[in-house]
Design a protein around this ligand. Structure first.
Ligand code: FAD
Length: 506
């Protein structure tokens, strides 16, 4: 390493400027503020710059359970969060039409311990062909969700339950809530559009210049400007494209207020319904439903996708305005280079099938907070370590999402024939997909140390898809029954909508 570069890129962080006021910007700002400044003698100054005339992407409504830890770390109460962000509970994702046959679930709870591969082997011996029988046998949440129950009882402590759970939320309202919360706790909020990024000769960001000519300097700049990647696009432009493996690149969304159409229940899960050229999400908030058809522009036009979504949903969508969004499946080769970090859509994106966008952003912000808490002086070694972490998380998420398509037996449209073509299998999955035809997945297959998806996640997916079809292992004589736990849950857990009405009523 060149000595000058080493010195110029090792610096103590006293001031951080975050550009972007979407979920990434505000969550990162609030998390850094809480983790770095709440007990510090010399707090780090944190400013967030947001262009008043560039809207946030406005999607990002389904989450994974670790969001509870993030919100708790930020210091916001569960009630304030749920009221402010129109939030509801999410216990699982229900996949419909991904294979011939019934739906299958990816619930957040794990098998009851002791966990042995006897569970998988005994199930495989009795039942092949896919569907929900594995999760019905081993997941409490799969059963309670089918009865539309909340994952926690009324009066249980904030953020706690016997089972892991996540939320559905309104991304715009979450941003507004965190703006209020963050500014009340000392984050400086600046409304300005950044026009120019001034660089030093060594490649650091020297200053940001707004369209009105105002100059902003900092020790560390965090790019949360979404797909435009206004800072990172200049400082660390190189990206890797993954669209050969994941074909979807657009979504058309619709919001259906309950006063236009109210379903029988507020679903305690995200529904992901496979369609002719992608899949349709159905997310139920407190006041409305959010629908989104994620599709491939090479296989269906935006207009035809909108028509297919409206037809699937019914005549009550008439008069409701749809929104069309383009996205790309990509990852920045460096997430952190010198004094610039990309967090959120500016760093990379995998389509939202497993609700991982907000998680990747939380993981990045949490890691930056941990790094700076331990040592506020960062070096090239720090940034390399962070880059390895983010790439490994991306690889895991990308591979797991790709498996949903690659293990499907649908071939009924050009999209499904293309999406399931063996040439789409990423190198990292080739060996494992071969193995999993003949045996259940095992912890030894999952090498990454910071894993989002547990062994059970792979089981729910591979067994739900009926992928493990040639297992020759002997069934183990083992008895598994959830009945006792389920009886207790059915007695205690209220209907999802009753929990919301009783706990959040003001
Ligand atoms: C179709 C779709 C569905 C998704 N669904 C999910 C989901 O269910 N779950 C999930 O976890 N994630 C989901 N995501 C991902 C999620 O939406 C994002 O991770 C999340 O919203 C974070 O976005 P962001 O803050 O990075 O960018 P954005 O929301 O785009 O915010 C960008 C911000 O940068 C500002 N900005 C831009 N340029 C400038 C400039 N020059 N100067 C100053 N400010 C600027 C804008 O004003 C805005 O405030 C989805 C994404 C897509 C595309």
């Amino acid at each position: 390493m060149d000595k000058n570069q080493d010195q110029s890129s090792s610096r103590q962080v006293k001031k951080i400027v975050i550009v972007g006021g979407g979920s990434s910007g505000w969550m990162t700002a609030c998390l850094l503020n809480a983790r770095l400044n709440s007990d510090a003698k010399n707090p780090i100054k944190i400013s967030l710059i947001e262009a008043p005339d560039i809207p946030v992407i406005g999607v990002g409504e389904a989450t994974v359970p670790s969001i509870r830890r993030t919100l708790q770390a930020i210091g916001i109460s569960e009630q304030d969060f749920m009221r402010g962000a129109d939030a509801t509970f999410k216990s699982l994702i229900r996949f419909e039409n991904w294979n011939a046959g019934e739906h299958f679930d990816h619930p957040f709870d794990r098998r009851e311990r002791p966990q042995t591969d006897a569970a998988a082997l005994s199930w495989l011996a009795g039942s092949k062909g896919g569907g929900n029988s594995f999760s019905t046998k081993f997941s409490v949440l799969s059963n309670t969700s089918s009865r539309m129950l909340a994952p926690k009882a009324i009066g249980w402590p904030e953020y706690q339950s016997t089972f892991p759970y996540a939320y559905h939320l309104d991304a715009v309202k979450l941003g507004q809530l965190l703006t209020r919360f963050g500014t009340e706790r000392g984050i400086e909020h600046i409304l300005a559009r950044i026009e120019k990024v001034e660089m030093t000769e060594a490649g650091d960001i020297a200053a940001l210049i707004s369209e009105s000519g105002e100059q902003f300097t900092a020790d560390l700049f965090i790019d949360c400007t979404g797909f435009s990647a206004h800072l990172a696009g200049q400082t660390m432009a190189e990206t890797r494209d993954y669209s050969k493996h994941l074909l979807c690149d657009r979504a058309v969304t619709l919001s259906i207020p309950y006063d236009v159409y109210r379903p029988d229940h507020i679903l305690p899960y995200t529904s992901a319904n496979a369609r002719s050229a992608g899949w349709l999400w159905d997310i139920n908030l407190q006041s409305r439903r959010s629908l989104g058809y994620v599709h491939s522009s090479s296989h269906i036009s935006a207009e035809a996708a909108e028509t297919e979504m409206r037809r699937h949903e019914g005549p009550h969508t008439e008069g409701l305005e749809a929104k069309h969004i383009r996205f790309k499946t990509y990852k920045r080769i460096k997430s952190w280079h010198r004094n610039c970090i990309a967090i959120g859509l500016s760093d990379g994106f995998v389509e939202p099938l497993e609700s991982t966008g907000l998680y990747m952003m939380q993981f990045a912000a949490q890691s930056v907070a941990d790094i700076l808490r331990l040592n506020p002086v960062f070096t090239p070694a720090t940034t390399s370590q962070f880059n390895r972490l983010m790439q490994s998380l991306f690889d895991e998420i990308f591979g797991y999402v790709a498996l949903h398509y690659l293990t499907s037996n649908r071939r009924d449209s050009i999209f499904w024939r293309d999406a399931t073509d063996p040439s789409r299998v990423p190198d990292g999955l080739k060996f494992l997909m071969g193995e999993w035809k003949g045996r259940p997945p095992h912890d030894m297959d999952l090498l990454s140390t910071h894993r989002l998806f547990s062994l059970e996640s792979y089981e729910y997916l591979l067994f739900g898809m009926g992928y493990v079809s040639d297992c020759a292992a002997q069934s183990q004589s083992a008895h598994f029954s959830l009945q006792e736990t389920l009886d207790k849950c059915y007695a205690k857990l209220p209907l999802h909508e009753n929990w919301l009405a009783k706990t959040l009523a003001q």
